[in-house]
Design a protein around this ligand. Structure first.
Ligand code: 5GP
Ligand code: ZN
Length: 109
């Protein structure tokens, strides 16, 4: 999607350091971290939110990407969050899973 910030990051129109990448997902550090480690795992295919996710293969690949990202970062203890819908705090409408580890900021702690 042309006006989607995460699509631009995936397409490298916006430079970003991928902390993990495979055929289905990328993972990047959150711009505004809410924990010592705050990473976003983002499918390479544009899907607006979990509510719109129909592709079962992608569901599996997304979770596998979360596990692989955590493993690559050496995390054994971490939280995963998916915000679905404005009312739940979703601000970027390209599906993503937050991985949070270590001390949380006051906003989340
Ligand atoms: P949401 O609130 O939609 O679940 O999470 C969106 C997240 O994306 C927020 O935590 C926000 O800080 C992060 N974010 C928004 N724009 C950018 C960006 O351009 N780069 C990175 N790395 N993170 C972003
Ligand atoms: Zn997108």
């Amino acid at each position: 999607m042309s006006d989607c910030i995460f699509c631009k990051i995936i397409n490298k129109e916006i430079p970003s350091n991928f902390v993990y990448e495979d055929d289905a997902v990328i993972a990047i550090n959150d711009l505004n971290p809410q924990a010592d480690t705050h990473v976003l795992v983002i499918p390479k295919t544009h899907v607006a939110s979990l509510a719109e996710l129909e592709d079962e293969e992608l569901m599996v690949k997304l979770l596998k990407g979360v596990k692989a990202t955590a493993k690559k970062l050496g995390l054994t203890d971490y939280r995963t969050i998916m915000n679905t819908g404005k009312g739940a705090g979703q601000t970027v409408f390209h599906l993503h899973v937050h991985i949070l580890a270590g001390k949380l900021t006051e906003k989340l702690g």
